[in-house]
Ligand binder design. Structure first.
Ligand code: 5GP
Length: 189
């Protein structure tokens, strides 16, 4: 029997998490994706309620006070959090759910949901990661520097993940992600 599970996907900026998750969901449309809240400003093309719920600092503070987050963390000089209402809505629907969040958030989730599966997406090398981040052109130089400085800590955290997938070839990495998710959906532990 297939079991609905919580999958947490993390990886440094530029590792290709976003692209991989889109490709994964194209093949597994039944997998739900939780939309996080953040205090960072939208990038060009990002839509409130689709990419993130973009909140002011005060709105974020209010949600913390109301216990509205499953987890939240300071990431790259902004705050990001998984909303209780998102997780509840999707899990009640009986589908496996994906959280695309950083390692601090991942470990908070694991504390509360013991059978959550932590999947880490790693780039082939730090140099490639920097190249991808610059090519993407969505961050200022200051933001790129912050993200690069945070990379070693994130890579270190990957040691405590259930699955590590190297993203040097999108097709192979997507297949590895599909296989990992399917295999955990078959297990009860
Ligand atoms: P970005 O600004 O590039 O969209 O995301 C920056 C980082 O924040 C990524 O590592 C992403 O996984 C993480 N992130 C996104 N949403 C959440 C969340 O709800 N909680 C936590 N802890 N991290 C998040």
């Amino acid at each position: 029997m297939k079991i609905s599970r919580l999958f947490v996907i993390s990886g440094p900026s530029g590792a290709g998490k976003g692209t991989l998750v889109s490709l994964l969901r194209a093949k597994r449309p039944d997998l739900a994706l939780s939309i996080s809240a953040t205090t960072r400003h939208p990038r060009s093309g990002e839509i409130d309620g689709k990419d993130y719920y973009f909140l002011t600092d005060d709105e974020f503070d209010d949600l913390i006070a109301q216990h509205g987050f499953v987890e939240w963390a300071h990431v790259h000089a902004h705050r990001y959090g998984t909303l209780q209402r998102e997780v509840k809505r999707h899990l009640e629907g009986g589908h496996s759910l994906i959280l695309e969040i950083d390692p601090q958030g991942a470990f908070q989730v694991k504390e509360n949901v013991k059978d959550a599966v932590l999947i880490f997406i790693t780039p082939p090398s730090p140099q490639i990661l920097e190249e991808r981040l610059r090519k993407r052109g969505t961050e200022s130089e200051r933001d790129i520097q912050i993200r690069l400085a945070n990379m070693p800590g994130e890579l270190e955290a990957s040691k405590n993940y259930n699955v590590i997938i190297e993203n040097d070839d999108l097709e192979k990495a997507t297949q590895a992600l599909l296989d990992a998710i399917a295999s955990f959906e078959e297990k009860s532990e």
